[in-house]
Design a protein around this ligand. Structure first.
Ligand code: NAD
Length: 306
């Protein structure tokens, strides 16, 4: 029988992570302190599972089975039996420290504790723990049913067997885990994402193109390439001597400071924060939202199985 998984925090990430484990046949127990959110965890799961059915990724029976594998509770004590805990509470260091302290008194001494933190380094998160060797970071991407990457970041004291165990479980839920050799801010994925965003903002700031054109360039070129080959495979295919020549004259031209942050700040200062306020770089009308939903569904439908 599959080991039991505990998820602490049934918000945006926690509910998605619980759904992914439940779908792979792991009994899950999600702990959520907010009553309304607690009641909502299974609704969120049901919606995600319906989306997967619509994309022909799972059957009705699998949806039903996944929902049966999901339990929720407001009491942390309900985790006394779990083998792995994924912490997905808000990004507040003191709250995470407090939680680990209580958790260590509840779970078995050898149960694994993984944080879904977006930014705290593992040694800072585990500094007050009794058994630091059981702790690491497992950074899922949003939404977990659509984006398979999980960045696994061990701390200085993490037992290598713990890394192996979490990677094995993540592989079983059809995630695509990668293990980092060291913890750095942004891990890998967000560093790449924000390096691209900095250059995109810089291009807009120089007046070379508007956001729509930059997005069109990305979607029609690198977006397509990067779902098949990464930057290193792409360089090998392009020829390293060519890439060296281009990089030598282009890299000094790229944005390397924070001036392009101003482009973002101007929007935020005007209350234009994106889809949440209806306007950011774009007007977020129903048609634009529907188009993205449709494209996401199509991408789910064509999900690779290799
Ligand atoms: P969220 O606010 O949507 O969910 C957090 C939930 O935790 C809330 O429902 C809250 O009520 C609950 N909670 C707070 N304290 C609790 C406790 N002690 N016990 C049980 N439940 C508790 O936040 P989120 O976006 O899901 O982010 C959670 C974590 O995941 C953060 O560390 C965040 O940095 C990280 N993360 C977020 C994203 C993202 O795109 N949102 C992506 C990757 C990682």
């Amino acid at each position: 029988m599959a080991v039991a998984i505990g998820i602490v925090g049934g918000g945006l990430m926690g509910a998605g992570i619980a759904t992914k484990f439940a779908l792979a046949g792991f009994p899950t127990m999600t702990i959520e302190t907010d009553r309304e959110r607690l009641a909502n965890v299974k609704h969120v799961a049901a919606e995600v599972l319906s989306e997967l059915i619509a994309a022909e990724q799972i059957t009705d029976a699998q949806r039903q089975s996944a929902l049966e594998h999901m339990q929720v509770s407001a009491e942390l004590e309900s985790l006394s039996h779990v083998r792995i805990v994924i912490e997905a509470i808000p990004e507040v260091l003191t709250a995470k420290h407090e939680l680990y302290d209580t958790l260590e008194q509840i779970v078995e001494f050898d149960a694994l504790i993984a944080s879904n933190t977006s930014g705290f380094p593992p040694d800072l998160l585990s500094e007050k723990m009794q058994w630091r060797r059981r702790f690491l970071i497992a950074h899922f991407w949003n939404p977990p049913h659509q984006i398979p990457l999980v960045e696994v970041v061990p701390g200085t004291d993490t037992d290598p067997a713990v890394v192996t165990e979490i990677v094995d479980r993540l592989t079983e839920i059809r995630a695509e885990p990668v293990v980092l050799n060291a913890a750095i801010p942004g891990f890998i994925g967000n560093r790449l994402q924000f390096a691209v965003l900095r250059e995109a903002l810089h291009i807009v700031q120089m007046g070379v193109a508007n956001p729509e054109t930059v997005d069109a360039v990305m979607k029609a070129s690198l977006g397509r390439r990067y779902s098949i080959v990464g930057p290193f495979e792409g360089a090998d295919l392009g020829g390293l001597e060519t890439f060296l020549k281009i990089a030598s004259h282009l890299m000094p031209e790229l944005a390397s400071d924070q001036r392009s942050l101003e482009v973002l700040r101007e929007h935020v200062d005007k209350g234009e924060v994106g889809i949440r306020s209806g306007k950011g770089f774009y007007e977020w009308n129903e048609a634009r939202i529907a188009r993205i939903k449709r494209l996401r569904r199509e991408q789910l439908r064509s999900r690779r199985t290799d």
